[in-house]
Design a protein around this ligand. Structure first.
Ligand code: ZN
Length: 438
């Protein structure tokens, strides 16, 4: 496939080993922050010979970016920085990341690969509805589109009037947005009776977690062929570091530009493929602000085995949640995203649910799922539905649960992200304290 190099696991491992050596040497030599971190861990760049040495390297995370404000992790002279982007910090200063010309170029190439993987051609017209400016999203979607050679229609998160107008007038074929923007547009196009006048065939969703139910609704409303998920975070260039292919089994990520580790957030040891854990990334070529074992606090898992699409780059799952959302139940780490995933596979359920954890008198914990029936389903099937949910949870997450099916709209709706996990146990797990690394 043009833009996407032919590669395999052995080649990637070789590139990763070389990139790791370069990154550690570069960071040690040019970044006081990294030099101090590595010295403290007793590591000299020469100690890093291959991928096995990765596990000895110290971690960094968002706290280090804030401490280094305004130019954290800077490993080149500021004269070599051609751009900065920033993302909002939930507390304190925003995270500012620097890019050299090569960093921008690498990012744009990765993004162009994403468009290639989504099966675009130069005749596609790509309407971009994500934010521009300090945020990485707009710039990434647009520059990647230009590098790929399709027509970029850069609207940003403009009003729906303008989006509808351009979508009809320019005969847009690809729409790039957050899931909530895509849903808003889908509903708006219906309301205005414009569905028959648009040509959108593909949607690329970024920047925001969303449920399968939401994807299905967008797909049904717009009648598009594919909805693709793009992954990325500002610290790691921005969006475009991976995309799911047309098989939709997972996200192919560009492993020639970064190493992805999936670690248990408690122990910081690798979990086996297929098991969810924290995404920790190490860059291989990033000059201005390289990352060495950067803890994203995003949760996903590696998906083993080759993909039928033939692309040799490995797969990770969609983001299943944040490490802060994780709870431990009967010694299993569980993320609400996994429950989401199970529920979305069972017809007859709505998309709202709650997880309640109780401590029983006999000393065992019990997990109760409260799940809404779909709006068009009746209560006659509740028993079978509850059994199906408990069975799937047992099969896929390996724990037992009790399931209550509720009427549609019985659970509260909020504008903001709904609270899913209610832990009524006396001793709340304190894994966050144990896992914080200094
Ligand atoms: Zn694939």
């Amino acid at each position: 496939m043009q833009f996407i190099p032919d590669t395999d696991a052995a080649q990637l491992a070789e590139m990763q080993a070389a990139g790791l050596r370069w990154t550690v040497g570069h960071a040690y030599e040019h970044s006081p922050f990294y030099r101090q971190r590595l010295d403290k861990a007793g590591i000299r760049p020469d100690d890093v010979r291959g991928l096995d040495d990765l596990r000895h390297l110290p971690f960094c995370d968002a706290k280090d970016l804030q401490a280094g404000y305004p130019f954290p992790l800077l490993s080149v002279p500021t004269e070599d920085v051609v751009r900065i982007h920033a993302s909002s910090g939930t507390t304190g200063k925003r995270k500012v990341l620097c890019y050299t010309r090569q960093d921008i170029d690498d990012w744009v190439n990765m993004f162009a690969r994403c468009y290639a993987l989504a099966g675009l051609t130069p005749s596609d017209r790509v309407q971009i509805a994500v934010g521009y400016g300090l945020w990485t999203a707009g710039a990434g979607f647009q520059l990647g589109c230009e590098r790929f050679g399709a027509m970029a229609v850069p609207l940003g998160p403009a009003n729906t009037d303008m989006h509808c107008e351009m979508m009809v007038d320019l005969q847009t074929t690809v729409f790039c947005a957050t899931a909530s923007m895509a849903l808003l547009m889908a509903e708006e196009l219906h309301r205005r009776d414009l569905i028959s006048r648009i040509k959108v065939k593909k949607i690329i969703l970024g920047a925001e977690r969303h449920s399968d139910a939401m994807r299905r609704r967008i797909k049904d409303l717009l009648g598009v062929e594919h909805i693709f998920d793009i992954y990325g975070l500002t610290e790691l260039y921005g969006p475009g570091t991976g995309l799911d292919c047309a098989e939709h089994r997972g996200i192919h990520y560009w492993a020639d530009h970064f190493i992805l580790e999936i670690l248990d957030p408690n122990t910081l040891q690798p979990v086996p493929p297929g098991v969810p854990g924290e995404m920790v990334v190490t860059t291989l070529r990033k000059q201005a602000a390289p990352l060495i074992r950067y803890r994203t606090h995003d949760v996903s898992r590696l998906l083993p085995g080759p993909c039928p699409c033939g692309v040799g780059f490995p797969l990770h799952d969609r983001v299943l949640g944040r490490t802060d959302d994780m709870f431990i139940y009967r010694a299993v780490n569980i993320y609400p995203g996994q429950i989401d995933d199970v529920l979305s596979r069972i017809p007859g359920l709505g998309s709202e649910y709650q997880i309640h954890l109780h401590h029983r008198e006999d000393g065992r914990d019990i997990m109760t799922l409260k799940v809404e029936r779909a709006s068009n389903a009746d209560s006659g099937q509740d028993k079978e539905l509850a059994e199906a949910v408990a069975g799937e949870i047992r099969r896929r997450i390996m724990v037992r649960s009790q399931v209550d099916i509720l009427d549609y709209a019985a659970l509260p709706r909020t504008e903001r992200k709904s609270k899913r996990v209610f832990d009524h146990r006396e001793t709340v797990s304190s894994f966050l304290d144990q896992s914080s690394v200094s």
